[in-house]
Write a protein that binds this ligand. Structure first.
Ligand code: GAL
Length: 662
């Protein structure tokens, strides 16, 4: 077997040779060499080519591709090909098709048209996985297994009758008795009390608002169901191929919230993910950095793989702008700056047919004689020079907490404000700290927080008692804990913690909120300190804290908006609203200053900095997102330019330096 290439930051992408005549494959090998491609992900959507009719397998073409890649020194991340069934499968067994909330069947003709609970689908998928693992486990090109593809992307939640059966089983395991389920779901409300398991349904379309805990459990059930399937596929691979790492590509970008990746991550030999820049976001590059820090958090701080991103436009937005020159280089190196050791793209050669024909690729429609392909070759060459930092880890003194369960709960029906966006507080704090040169780990509330100087708790609406206790203990031990609005409100059953908000953090913060005052979209409230707040406000009564800022107008005029309480060796800071950027940045500067957190380097606005370190050295990443050159005080060897630099280095506009520090 091929070792995963670690003499460089691995560089490559999805390879779909079945879309092309045989002659093109040789051209692919020539161009992959020119671009410095060191790995490809193969076979993701190949099922109908590998098993064109039931039980009849055709591996000849894949054997040939594997051999060809091996002959050209390219490592293969081989897919199980189980992401999308062939048409014959759903034609013969239409019961495998997923069903939406309104009861419509989702028909074949696109991709991922299978019900996550379907035992039949699982049987066919495991049979193919078994064949794949048997055939290729000792192929010399094989370096990694890629199970399925972006689980859940299109087929979760499914509301079919099979899911109903498996949901009941899942609930029986979780609750044991119907009394426990009734208690957890609060079914005394609206005559919802269940007296037989068979009466429980998926949360299908209803007359009006559904039961929030029912919906929350359906999210948990969906994530658990697909994880169970994933583990089953992995076990089949393991039987034949015990030593080759196994991964599946997550979707940690902010719009995706269907799976609880904190449950999934421990099952990955290497955490891998996909990321695409969403044009509609106000701060798309800050979101990119956040996603990298979240993925690193999922990997427990270890390096991770970027399985997919794009060289230029995607094809799934209403308008899909191309990336300006050098943007791809900056995007790719930002992922590396946040801990990625592999840069994969969707896809190698831009399709000429199908729904992704206008999605960019490493080889564009224009062919090799194009600026895009020249840029790809340049990026491949840079990746080739980064081998020395592979395995190193990103340094961070600050943690931002992230919890998919809290996100599910806060996005449930009938909340105080549908405009409350779970990622907003986390993204805003992360962005402002990034702008200040401070790196954050994005981690689950159950993480050991003791090593962090600052822990931010953004809109952690739902929180368990042990997690809340751990957060309070971190403060007592010297951490500065920053809790934002609408945190600590409910328990894991989504029952409100009584006695005043934020129930789980009331004592830690020394404030007690009597009523919530969400702000209307576009509305803001003046703060006495001169700034303003938006999104949210809360009627906080201070019991044992210092008031740092208060509301200057509106129904809460005079009440505390921002407070600080000294706790043991640390402090607990509370934000009842989302302050404007300048006000929040100043507050965060005060927090980090008191906590002794220094920026990674002094750089002008718009320049992003991180540091990776290993036993053999440290590397300073400088990502200049501005249209002007910037100066950074650093001495060492710039791996991007391949030149020695210092004591002051100029990083050109829209460019990057990665300096091995002297
Ligand atoms: C991903 C997927 C790829 C491709 C890409 C386009 O969701 O894994 O197969 O569809 O998006 O952006």
């Amino acid at each position: 077997m091929r070792q995963w290439p670690d003499d460089r930051v691995a560089f490559g992408g999805d390879y779909n040779p079945e879309q092309w005549p045989r002659a093109v494959w040789d051209d692919d090998m020539r161009l992959m060499a020119a671009a410095g491609v060191s790995f490809v992900t193969l076979g993701v959507f190949s099922w109908s080519w590998l098993e064109p009719t039931k039980g009849e397998y055709e591996f000849g073409w894949l054997d040939e591709v594997m051999d060809l890649l091996h002959a050209h020194g390219i490592a293969v991340d081989l897919a199980t090909a189980t992401a999308t069934p062939p048409p014959w499968l759903s034609a013969a067994y239409p019961e495998i098709l997923p069903v939406d909330r309104e009861g419509h069947t989702l028909w074949p003709g696109s991709r991922q048209a299978w019900c996550p609970s379907s035992p039949l689908y699982r049987e066919f998928a495991l049979a193919l996985t078994d064949r794949m693992a048997q055939r290729y486990h000792d192929h010399p090109a094989l370096a990694m297994w890629h199970v399925s593809n972006e689980y859940a992307c299109h087929n979760l939640p499914c509301y079919c009758d099979t899911c109903a059966v498996f949901f009941r089983r899942w609930l029986e395991r979780r609750y044991g008795t119907l009394d426990a389920l009734n208690e957890a779901w609060g079914t005394a409300f609206w005559s919802q009390r269940y007296t037989a398991w068979d009466d429980v349904l998926p949360p299908r379309i209803t007359t009006t608002f559904g039961n929030p805990t029912h919906e929350l459990d359906y999210h948990r059930f969906g994530s658990d169901t697909l994880l169970d399937f994933h583990v089953a596929e992995k076990e089949v691979i393991r039987r034949h191929s015990p030593d080759v790492p196994v991964t599946t590509n997550f979707m940690t970008m902010s719009g995706f919230r269907l799976l609880d990746y904190h449950d999934w991550a421990p099952h990955q030999d290497v955490v891998s993910t996909d990321h695409y820049v969403v044009d509609a976001l106000e701060h798309p590059r800050a979101e990119l950095s956040f996603h990298g820090d979240l993925t690193r958090g999922l990997a427990g701080g270890a390096p991770w793989m970027l399985m997919e991103h794009s060289t230029s436009a995607v094809n799934w937005q209403p308008v899909n702008p191309a990336k300006p020159p050098r943007e791809t280089l900056l995007d790719s190196l930002t992922h590396v700056a946040r801990g990625a050791d592999a840069l994969g793209f969707f896809q190698w050669r831009q399709s000429r047919a199908g729904s992704e024909k206008f999605h960019s690729a490493l080889v564009p429609h224009a062919g090799e004689d194009s600026d895009r392909f020249r840029e790809v070759c340049e990026l491949g060459a840079v990746a080739g020079r980064l081998g020395e930092l592979v395995g190193s880890r990103v340094e961070a003194d600050v943690a931002v907490l992230w919890d998919y369960e809290a996100q599910w709960a806060v996005s449930g029906p009938c909340m105080p404000s549908a405009a409350l966006d779970y990622p907003q507080a986390a993204h805003t704090v992360h962005r402002l700290l990034r702008d200040a040169g401070v790196t954050c780990d994005v981690v689950h509330p159950d993480t050991d927080l003791s090593g962090y100087r600052v822990v931010v708790v953004p809109t952690l609406y739902l929180v368990s008692d042990p997690a809340a206790e751990r957060i309070a203990a971190a403060a007592a031990a010297g951490t500065h804990v920053v809790v934002t609005y609408f945190s600590g409100i409910s328990d894991p059953d989504d029952h409100v913690r009584l006695g005043g908000y934020p129930g789980a953090f009331r004592d830690l913060l020394g404030v007690r909120v009597e009523e919530l005052f969400p702000l209307r979209v576009g509305e803001s409230v003046a703060l006495a300190g001169g700034g303003s707040g938006s999104v949210w406000s809360e009627d906080a009564r201070v019991r044992d804290a210092e008031v740092l800022d208060s509301y200057a107008d509106g129904p809460l005029a005079g009440r505390a908006a921002v407070t600080r309480r000294t706790v043991g060796e640390g402090a607990a800071w509370y934000l009842g609203t989302l302050p404007d950027d300048a006000t929040l940045a100043a507050l965060l500067a005060r927090v980090t200053d008191e906590a002794g957190v220094a920026p990674v380097a002094d750089v002008p606005a718009g320049v992003e900095v991180t540091r990776r370190r290993s036993a053999s050295g440290s590397w300073l990443f400088v990502l200049n997102h501005t249209d002007a050159g910037c100066e950074v005080a650093v001495t060492g060897h710039d791996l991007v330019a391949g030149a020695d630099v210092g004591p002051v280095t100029t990083v050109a506009a829209r460019s990057a330096a990665i300096v091995r520090e002297a």
